[in-house]
Design a protein around this ligand. Structure first.
Ligand code: FNR
Length: 341
């Protein structure tokens, strides 16, 4: 279908399903086991109520914010998702250019189609990018990659801590391939995390935290931010959605919201989903699959996805009497948490 028919983020997924090899689509789409977490990620929004205020000046809506101190044009970003080249020959480069031209953060995966230097070279003038990293059991490989990420000008590391031991059972994809990734370190401890901190000067953001307990722990360990994620339902089936974990955090350790920045992702497909997470105290909201699927149209597709999400946010914010993503009318009161059972 022509790109003009892409009206929602989900339209790109349908276009991708219809145009990609079944094996590649399954790779991007799959969750683990029964995909309970994957499905809950997509459905949790139905339980959320956003409060709208009637009396407010919304003639000038602002989406711009900072993430780890860097300025971006919106509070959503593109999360690391491996092997973008399965969707488009430009691979990560088209996502990088679209994000860079729009002032959106993109955090490419260490398991990208392009290598670190190719991604750095694809950046547009002044573009700020972070980079994702795994803890490999091979320390030499880890040190080499960290040095190249630093040399490439990436400003921070998202250190993924939720598939360090073993990759989840991705049944949907296993119908096409049974290859697992054995390069990960299966002894991921706080010591290993602290060891990694000695190997680089870049700020490190642990990605893949799934409990209020671990978020509190990382805040105490002095990380500047944490990234709450169930890996798009691709690692453990049955773990909660971001919304549910954020509600736990509000109950158990509300002070954490003032101590560090919190990023999250999982099932975000609409401007309203981003707004719900911001209302729950999150600084920035990631998306993994949407930019991959938009990238079947290359850079123009990813640019269109960005514009769709921006427009959804602006329109909803205006109708809710909310003029600035940085000044919510009181964070959690924005969500009627009693509606979440
Ligand atoms: C991922 N994700 C991921 N995360 C990471 O830290 N390193 C990686 O290499 C990958 N690779 C990857 C591949 C694919 C195909 C997907 C779909 C996801 C997880 C990703 O960063 C993010 O947490 C989820 O994708 C968020 O869920 P949604 O937005 O896809 O629903």
């Amino acid at each position: 279908p022509p790109i003009a028919q892409m009206i929602t983020a989900n339209d790109f997924q349908i276009a991708a399903k219809n145009s990609m090899r079944a094996r590649d689509y399954a790779y991007f789409r799959t969750g683990v086991l029964d995909e309970i977490t994957y499905i809950n990620n997509l459905n949790i929004w139905k339980k959320i109520r956003l409060n709208g205020f009637s009396f407010s000046d919304v003639s000038d809506v602002n989406l711009a914010t900072t993430i780890l101190g860097y300025e971006f044009s919106a509070p959503f970003f593109f999360a690391p998702a491996a092997s973008a080249g399965r969707a488009h020959p430009d691979a990560e480069a088209s996502i990088i250019r679209a994000a860079g031209n729009a002032g959106i953060l993109y955090v490419p995966s260490i398991s990208s189609t392009l290598d670190i230097e190719e991604k750095a070279a694809a950046a547009v003038d002044g573009q700020i990018m972070f980079h994702q990293q795994y803890i490999w059991s091979n320390d030499t490989r880890l040190r080499d990659e960290l040095a190249r990420i630093e040399a490439g000008g990436f400003r921070a590391l998202f250190l993924t801590v939720d598939n360090t031991g073993v990759v989840g059972v991705r049944s949907r994809y296993e119908r096409f391939s049974n290859s697992g990734n054995s390069a990960h370190s299966s002894s991921f401890t706080i010591e290993a995390l602290n060891h990694l901190r000695t190997l680089t000067d870049l700020p490190i953001v642990p990605k893949g935290l799934k409990t209020a307990h671990d978020i509190k722990l990382c805040a105490e360990l002095g990380f500047p931010a944490v990234y709450l994620s169930n890996h798009g339902g691709r690692q453990v089936d049955g773990v909660p959605t971001a919304v549910e974990i954020l509600l736990d955090l509000h109950l158990q350790y509300p002070e954490v919201f003032d101590q560090i920045e919190i990023y999250t992702d999982g099932g975000v497909r609409r401007g309203t989903h981003i707004m719900a997470l911001l209302a729950l105290g999150v600084r920035a909201v990631g998306m993994g699959r949407p930019p991959i699927f938009a990238n079947v149209f290359g850079e123009a597709g990813v640019t269109r996805l960005i514009n769709i999400l921006r427009q959804e946010m602006i329109t909803e914010m205006m109708n809710m009497g909310q003029a600035d993503v940085n000044h919510w009318f009181g964070n959690t009161t924005f969500i009627n948490t009693r509606q979440i059972e």
